[in-house]
Design a protein around this ligand. Sequence first.
Ligand code: ADP
Ligand code: MG
Ligand code: ZN
Length: 477
Amino acid sequence: MQFEPVIGLEVHAQLKTETKIFCNCATSFGAPPNTHTCPVCLGMPGVLPVLNKKVVDYAMRMALATHCKIGHENRFARKNYFYPDLPKGYQISQYELPLAEHGYVDIEVDNQKQRIGLTRIHLEEDAGKLLHDPNLPISKVDLNRTGTPLIEIVSEPDLRTPAQAGAYLRQLRTIVRYLGICDGNLEEGSFRCDANISIRPQGSEKLGTRTELKNLNSFKNVEKALRYEIMRQQEIVADGGVVIQESRLWNDARNRTASMRGKEEAHDYRYFPDPDLLPIVIDDPWIEKTTKALPELPDEKKARFIKDYHLPDYDASFLTTERASADYFESCIKRFPKPKLISNWIMGDLAALLNAQGKTISQSPVSSDNLADLLRLIEDDVISGKIAKTVFEQIALTGETPQSVVEAKNLTQVTDVSAIEEIVLKVIGDHPKEVETYRNGKKKLRGFFVGQVMKATRGKANPKMVNKILSEKLESE
Ligand code: ADP
Ligand code: MG
Ligand code: ZN
């Protein structure tokens, strides 16, 4: 029997507000344990939470960017469970009335576009962090993270392959980064993903029993864990067994998932509306104001790059995945309006350089002005494309302008006709045998002559002129 995988993701994004969701404690990372805490986030009796308005603003940005409907009156609920990293004994979250519902995100895998539904986006607070001492039979708790604002983005079970799940997750990350509301860092945990997966017979409409995969702290692991789990579930069913609903932990070292605990049901959490917090009332003017303030979003930017700059789809995707790359590209364009040339250099030499140095484009050692000026030098025939690579390496190293490197190293192209002619004639004179073979029809030898001229000029002769003069001199007796 053929099986079809069905996947739905729950993504938690840590919002980049300066203070926590219900108190004034800082959200900044890396402080000594338990120094960013107060009676509210420590869950002391008698304290009252006060909602941080910026959290709502940030979450609304995400909701609007993903085409969700905002709940005009949404509510906080208490999700009750016991765990040592949760001092109150309940997490403030949203349940029946979330901030937003019914949105979507478009993805593309193997040139196939697909729309993934979003069930809901809701607000909640993060828990603390347990630190397990490997040498002692104790664990410690750091409550600095307690009360950090999160949004949870729940997808419909619309994904069918691990690659689609990866593409969806990348698209969400691109959006939160464009909006400036979250770092989107899976490795550091500011962007976390639980993957729900089941299988069903091909053609069936009914959902199978799902497992929930946790501990997926990289894009690679999300896809690896899903691939493993599809295989595991198929084997169970093929052997006549049934999949049990449970949470499973991805073990990267062993390349497999392992059972963690039975899956809780909503009633296990005894959800109820939080009596300490008023409903969040969001009126139309607030929604309009937030909509107007949204930046150009990745899909829109990509479409504009294709339309205005006539870039291929691939280039437009590459350049718009990060807002910083798009900005870099457009700042080059202002100085040197040749989109495809710029895009080639950003995707080629610049990307290779950044990759080698482990830097983002915002930290690029070659400024957009310098890249634009370098391309202008090629365009104006001051240097050849080949010499440009040398100049690029140099400006990356020192931050000098391309103009000054070309001058200091005397790299200006030889474009003087008589100078090139002289060299061409010398090359022809030095290689009578090759000239004869060429004239007898072995036209492939042209490359050899070009190479000789370039060698004689240390790569500085203008290639177009070399070709033209070579033609003249070789074809005529
Ligand atoms: P819970 O809190 O119980 O995990 P949620 O509604 O928060 O439930 O999340 C459920 C997630 O699991 C959603 O992304 C949904 O699309 C996905 N899902 C639900 N049922 C299935 C299923 N049978 N197979 C795969 N994914 C599923
Ligand atoms: Mg869940
Ligand atoms: Zn606090």
